[in-house]
Design a protein around this ligand. Structure first.
Ligand code: ADP
Ligand code: ADP
Ligand code: MG
Length: 684
């Protein structure tokens, strides 16, 4: 076994590889760029080598610099993680030449599978079912139109060198094929330096289901079942699970056999993934093979009990797989949510900044539940614009799918992230979505269920009523604390009132609080509106409310129970406001104002403070650098017309006109670095 390995990556995957290496007694070497001097993966490693400036091109993917670090550290092998150099045949070959082991597949397999046209041809030869289409190169738009007609609309236009969801266009007409061909080609040239394009049938609302394969250098190749990755936004995975709620044992076996056949055809060893799309009738079609460890590999680990990184390292060191296909058992259900620094309330634009608060849920491992969080960041850390916006992968396991979802809900509720925009509330809403819960998935799920983007949710009235009771109990605790601190000052010594009016999500509830019982629960009565109770409401059975919260804490557990109606339990994120709380729960973000009935009456008379009208402004949606302005003052613009380009987190974001109008003034110039909400231009 190796004595020392270098991990040519950063973030969560570098940390994840190091964890296993350490457990195996292998010393670890980290590499880092300027931006990552203080990063978690650097401190986790036994040694660390600085490899260059922040842009990945000058550090993490600069092959000569990584090779220098390997030499300097004396590492015997390199794990590339995913992304960066993981699928660069040139890198694997350079390591071979230097006598260093690449912890991954053979160079020839990377080469063959790195190209979508080549891999599709190889797959077809190996008896794998591929998406119907044309497996050759397409030279111009008219040829594309001709071929698309032969295949039949709609079609998918793809870059042969594509990856990460880039260089792909759906076309449903001749005009769209012409346009899509051109834009795919431009994007492919810019992103991959390779503008070769091919076309295949577009499968409507398919599922994305992929097979994990694993091979050794002795000719053994097996598969470890599937992962379903249908919850995607713009062809990028967001939530994954294993197994798939859609596969029956026969389809699983057929897909597994084809994946193994393909791996065998290219002399594969190490871990790899064969991606398929599956239509409604369970026809499955090969998409591509990823010749590396996959982002979502933890869900496979959770249902198989295997450590894929350990197996990769053992295979790289020449060991044979310690088990065969018949030994692979799938047990229970696992789900992964990718936590992205992308603001769902702002159309998922990348968000940068400091992680003011970062408190993942406690990791647990019991026979009934597992919570695992693969992370590469820490509280106080900076999310820079240089790298991928994924900051953590929260995984849950349970004996069945419903249990895995329940564990995930609890883990998301307890996960605190402040300081940057992130998609936690979105993941929470998906976990509660009836279609997700039913397992009725497709790659169009997000587009179909959130056609206008994500604006948060308003919980049902019964939940609002419960949260109102909790907020009243918390408010009394705050008032009691204030009174204790201000001592005898006359205007603070009035007794804490026991009737409160809570307004949240535009609704009011009156809450009467009783004495605190031994054990901390409070007996409450509540009714809608700001008014005295009816005789019936006054006589209603009181509800016990136990709130595990003290002023200053950011998480509250609110448990309610009354005679006969069971126990309801909410884990809520709490922020203090004057006269109330900001409560966040399951994708809802509520201002819960808690006042005396008189104060609530007065507040209701106050004019609503309307937010400033920003409809005539183009605001910068995230911190970044203004790359270019596409219009000038005085110009008429149409809805959807590009106005400006802002670069943030290695992505260029085109800001478009929300409606037609005329540009009045431009307030920023290319090269400016802009803060969130900086006014880039004004309209008449
Ligand atoms: P990448 O290399 O960017 O990952 P893939 O070929 O794996 O590209 O495709 C990414 C995603 O795009 C798939 O998961 C699927 O959602 C969608 N997709 C790709 N090809 C097709 C197709 N022919 N029909 C329908 N959806 C497709
Ligand atoms: P997978 O195919 O493993 O499910 P994705 O296709 O969503 O995962 O993302 C993998 C690709 O995304 C990588 O090949 C890379 O282009 C990019 N990527 C994702 N995360 C990172 C990261 N931490 N560092 C570099 N590249 C990344
Ligand atoms: Mg893919």
């Amino acid at each position: 076994m190796f004595g020392k390995i270098l991990i040519a990556n950063r973030g969560e995957i570098a940390c994840r590889v190091m964890k296993t290496a350490r457990r195996m007694g292998i010393r670890t070497v980290a590499v880092y760029s300027d931006a990552d001097r203080d990063a978690l993966h650097v401190r986790m490693a036994d040694e660390a080598v600085h490899v260059g400036p922040s842009p990945a091109a000058q550090s993490y993917i600069a092959i000569d610099r990584i090779l220098d670090a390997v030499r300097k550290s004396g590492a015997e092998a390199v794990h590339p993680g995913y992304g960066f150099l993981s699928e660069r045949a040139e890198f694997a070959r350079a390591l071979d030449d230097a006598g260093v082991v690449f912890i991954g597949p053979p160079v020839a397999a990377i080469e063959a599978m790195g190209d979508k046209i080549t891999s599709k041809k190889l797959a077809a030869e190996a008896g794998v079912s591929t998406v119907p289409g044309f497996m050759g190169l397409i030279h111009d738009a008219e040829e594309a139109v001709r071929i698309a007609r032969q295949i039949g609309h709609p079609v998918m236009i793809k870059a042969s060198a594509g990856g990460g969801g880039k260089g792909m266009r759906i076309a449903r007409s001749d005009a769209e094929v012409r346009e899509g061909f051109q834009s795919s080609r431009n994007e492919a040239a810019a992103s991959f330096g390779d503008d070769r394009i091919f076309i295949e049938k577009f499968i409507e609302s398919p599922r994305h289901i992929e097979i994990q394969v694993l091979g050794d250098r002795h000719g053994n190749i097996i598969h470890l079942g599937e992962r379903e990755c249908s919850i995607q936004r713009r062809n990028q995975k967001v939530i994954e699970e294993a197994p798939s709620p859609f596969l029956d044992p026969e389809t699983r076996a057929a897909m597994g056999a084809q994946a193994v056949a393909l791996a065998r055809a290219v002399g594969y060893h190490s871990a790899g993934t064969v991606e398929f799309i599956v239509d409604r009738d369970r026809n499955f079609y090969f998409l591509e093979m990823n010749t590396r460890l996959q982002v979502e590999h933890p869900v496979t680990e959770l249902v198989t009990g295997l450590d894929l990184v350990e197996l990769m390292i053992r295979v790289a060191a020449g060991e044979a797989l310690p088990f065969g296909q018949e030994d692979v058992r799938l047990d229970g259900w696992a789900i992964e949510c990718r936590l992205y620094a992308e603001d769902p309330y702002r159309n998922f634009l990348p968000s940068t900044g400091r992680l003011v608060r970062y408190r993942p849920p406690e990791e647990i491992r019991t026979p009934r539940a597992v919570i695992r969080n693969d992370t590469g960041v820490e509280e106080g850390g900076e999310i820079s614009m240089f790298y991928d916006p994924m900051i953590a992968k929260l995984c849950s396991w349970g004996p069945d799918r419903a249990a895995a979802i329940a564990v995930m809900r609890g883990a998301l509720d307890a996960f605190e992230v402040e300081g940057i925009g992130h998609n936690l509330p979105f993941c929470q809403v998906v976990m509660d979505h009836p279609r997700f819960v039913a397992g009725d998935l497709s790659t169009a799920f997000i587009a179909e269920e959130f056609p206008d983007g994500f604006a948060g949710v308003v919980p049902p009235p019964a939940v609002l009523a419960d949260l109102a009771r909790g907020a009243a109990v918390m408010r009394r605790a705050v008032v009691a604390r204030e009174r204790a601190i201000s001592g005898r000052m006359a205007h603070h010594t009035a007794p804490a009132p026991d009737r409160w009016v809570v307004t949240l999500a535009g609704q009011a509830f009156t809450v009467d609080l009783g004495e605190e019982e031994p054990g901390g629960a409070v007996l409450t009565r509540s009714w809608p509106g700001n008014r005295p109770p009816t005789a019936e409401e006054a006589a209603a059975e009181p509800v016990h409310v136990a709130v595990d919260w003290l002023p200053g804490r950011s998480l509250a557990r609110i448990a309610l129970g009354g005679a006969g109606d069971g126990t309801r339990d909410y884990l809520v994120k709490v922020g203090l406001m004057t006269e109330g709380f900001r409560l966040r729960w399951r994708g809802a973000d509520l201002a819960a104002m808690v006042r005396t009935p008189r104060a609530a009456e007065l507040a209701a008379l106050m004019p609503e403070r309307t937010p400033p009208d920003t409809s005539r402004l183009l605001l910068c949606p995230m911190p970044g650098i203004l790359v270019s302005i596409a219009v000038e003052a005085g110009q008429e613009v149409e809805e959807g017309q590009p106005l400006a380009t802002v670069e943030a987190m290695k992505m260029e974001n085109i800001l478009r006109a929300e409606r037609r109008g005329r540009v009045a003034r431009i307030n920023a110039a290319p090269g400016d670095s802009l803060a969130v909400d900086a006014v880039i231009m004004e309209f008449e």
